[in-house]
Design a protein around this ligand. Sequence first.
Ligand code: ADP
Length: 374
Amino acid sequence: MKKIGILGGGQLGRMLLQSAINYPVETYLMENDAWAPAAHLCHHFSLGDITSFDDVYQFGKDLHAITIEIENVNIEALEALEKKGIKIFPNTTALRIVKNKIRQKQFYQQNQIPTSEFVITENRSDLMQHEGFFPAVHKLAEGGYDGKGVHIIQNKIDIEKGFDAPAVLEKKVPILRELSIIVAVNQQLETVIYPPVEMVFDNYLNLLNYQICPANIPEKVLWKAEAIALTAVKNLHSPGIFAVELFSDIDDNVLINEIAPRVHNSGHHSIEGNYSSQFDMLWRIMLGYPLGNTDTIIPSALVNLVGVSNHQGKVRYKGLEDVLKMDNVFVHLYGKAETKPGRKMGHVTILSNEKQELLHKVNQIKSLLTIVSE
Ligand code: ADP
């Protein structure tokens, strides 16, 4: 049986391992917390630091393949393992490009993939030279996630909020819609594409509010979005799962925002909503099986369950029973013992052919189920 390792034991690793039970595979997982959401679901757990060369190398050296649930891993160790013949999903060339937002933007530019205009800043004081660029969005090159490495710079006064480290300063796009398209690439570099998802955000926490799939967008926007997503992913020349985040504006222009080279929050609905989920698909890819069917079975909406503000400590799912009574609603809890404001603790997928019903249930779930501390 193939031995496949996952770096990172959070909710993505958890859902990936839930899907592994359908395949002949021996699973390995490394995380620095033995109580991480995925820890008890693998065959072999290693306690270790996914950013340490030695830990990652030791973990991977006897495996057939490795995948990641977060980009912040020791890439030098993965490169050394790749040279030894261990397959890395995504490959390290793609990971190097995507892991760093400066390199990622340069990659779009070099491949003529439409993206917002940008300049590179080395430190905060560089921002002073780019006042003509404001309003803009400042993004830390490495280490930011879930909106934590992103600041809006409306004007000169906001410069002090900017990052004092290598970053990208992008022109602020007048966003009408935020879309995500997941592209799956097998080891022969053949691709399949999932139907687009529209994401609606909570501006305060910078976290996803709800998402809906398939996105209700004009055909022109769909074609552009699909073409951009496919072109971007094909130019990475890597097998794996890639979530391509895009913006569209009122003139139906479509720009790429970023790529996540792994299973992604914007694909969680695919567990119930699509014939082959993003997790199922990644096993097919890593094990060398045929690509799955990405079609939608029934349209879906997805609500992230995040810790409410002012609550920190042992988690309580207030209103869970009410939501479990609802039809065609699927609750996923990530098994995190402690909640804190904005922490992703689970998600709920709703299925329906009626958009009105999807939105009605999104609102019901948001008011019924809250993540608080005991
Ligand atoms: P992260 O990797 O932390 O999720 P993103 O690059 O996706 O960061 O940015 C987070 C959010 O900030 C986006 O979902 C979008 O709402 C907003 N944003 C990012 N870039 C721009 C931009 N150039 N113009 C306008 N809004 C942006």
